[in-house]
Write a protein that binds this ligand. Structure first.
Ligand code: HEC
Ligand code: HEC
Length: 324
């Protein structure tokens, strides 16, 4: 089964390219960096030597690391027994392959560590019911199929075990936010992660947030201790702080009112401090255009109604700079 799905995915990746080009001419055009879609790979040498991480007794080849049905568990002694669905998946890929065993995830997925269980349960129901998905123009790229299909195919009991597991984990500092006019040239790999181009070079940041691993080699090994850099346009953090903490009347609502002090979460309202900034932009935009039309998300509608794309960039730059 596994060996059949992989070549199939590679073929699909080429189709996504075409669909993506079409999508680019429609709305959300300027925010597509927040919804990474694979680029053609630059040439690189395949390497099958087993890899190791400092402090871990395990070793894996890159092929084993990329096995989404049995992703690496580098530090098994540092957590309790893994639920099966987190380690190997049941009908779809293992949760741990995209969200990591640490629950910290990658910019193209999401952080789950320490989120309230009732919040996550609601998200799984919303994914399943397709009231939370990616913007329409990106559906052709199959982006939307990931959590929507995963949630739809997951037996309730396994879902509970996975969510209890992720809720029990402690989030760590995962981002260094850097204001910059220029950023390293980059490409998006088959797993939708943005990486620096091996040929180097820089380009203007424009109105974008560019997230890249602090150490690409370790992040590609799914190292649960190696985080990301977010390059953000100059001035974003301060502008974001003002929008988040003391917005002008009618612009938006101070986030701490519902997300709690330090934006660390309050009751069932999730933590947004220290979260992947391109993830935050995706969610704000999804609420604004109705790609997320969930009942609980209705509270966010008022918050995002009058936000421009630049406002969203500023807000996400600031929230990413906070301690989780
Ligand atoms: C193929 C990659 C992939 C796998 C496997 C995966 N997820 Fe996700 N998950 C994602 C992506 C991508 C998002 C973010 C979607 C978005 O940007 O709106 C996400 C989001 C979520 C969220 C919402 C987080 C939030 O803050 O609202 C939850 C909860 C979640 N996943 C749970 C799970 C569980 C449980 C499993 C295992 C059964 C799992 N995921 C497996 C890719 C994956
Ligand atoms: C009136 C209450 C309220 C205010 C004010 C509010 N939020 Fe929210 N927010 C929520 C609720 C409730 C959810 C969860 C919705 C759900 O369960 O689907 C949420 C979800 C989110 C999410 C998605 C989190 C995730 O893990 O997917 C983001 C991002 C977010 N809010 C950002 C903000 C920002 C930024 C501000 C301030 C500019 C803000 N919110 C102000 C109530 C609020």
């Amino acid at each position: 089964m596994k060996s059949l799905t992989r070549p199939f995915k590679v073929t699909l990746a080429f189709c996504f390219g075409a669909a993506f080009a079409a999508a680019q001419s429609q709305t959300a055009k300027s925010l597509l960096w927040a919804y990474p879609v694979p680029d053609p790979a630059p040439p690189s040498a395949a390497n099958n030597t087993p890899k190791t991480l400092p402090g871990s007794t395990r070793s894996y080849t890159q092929a084993q690391i990329d096995d989404q049905f049995n992703p690496p568990d580098w530090f098994p002694d540092q957590h309790g027994p893994l639920p099966r669905v987190v380690q190997t998946g049941i009908q779809a890929q293992a949760c741990g392959s995209c969200h990591l065993m640490s629950g910290m995830g990658h910019p193209e997925s999401a952080e789950l560590a320490g989120l309230p269980i009732n919040y996550m349960l609601r998200q799984m129901q919303d994914f399943k019911a397709s009231v939370r998905k990616d913007p329409k123009e990106l559906e052709a790229s199959q982006r939307a199929s990931r959590m929507n299909n995963i949630a739809a195919g997951l037996p309730d009991e396994e879902m509970h075990k996975a969510l209890e597991w992720f809720a029990s984990l402690k989030p760590i500092v995962w981002y260094k936010v850097v204001e910059a006019d220029t950023v390293p040239k980059s490409w998006v790999n088959g797993g939708r992660m943005r990486l620096p181009l091996p040929t180097g070079g820089t380009e203007p940041i424009g109105n974008r947030i560019i997230t890249m691993p602090q150490d690409p080699e370790r992040v590609e090994m799914r190292d649960p201790r190696s985080g990301f850099i977010a390059y953000v346009p100059p001035g974003s953090i301060k502008k974001g702080e003002a929008l988040v903490t003391k917005p002008a009347a009618g612009k938006t609502i101070a986030c701490a009112t519902c997300h709690g002090e330090g934006l660390k979460g309050l009751g069932d309202v999730p933590r947004i401090a220290g979260v992947h900034p391109i993830y935050v932009v995706r969610q704000l935009y999804n609420f604004q255009i109705g790609a997320n039309s969930s009942t609980a998300g209705a509270l966010m509608k008022q918050v995002v109604k009058n936000l421009s794309e630049d406002d969203m960039i500023a807000i996400a730059s600031y929230t990413a700079s906070l301690e989780p």
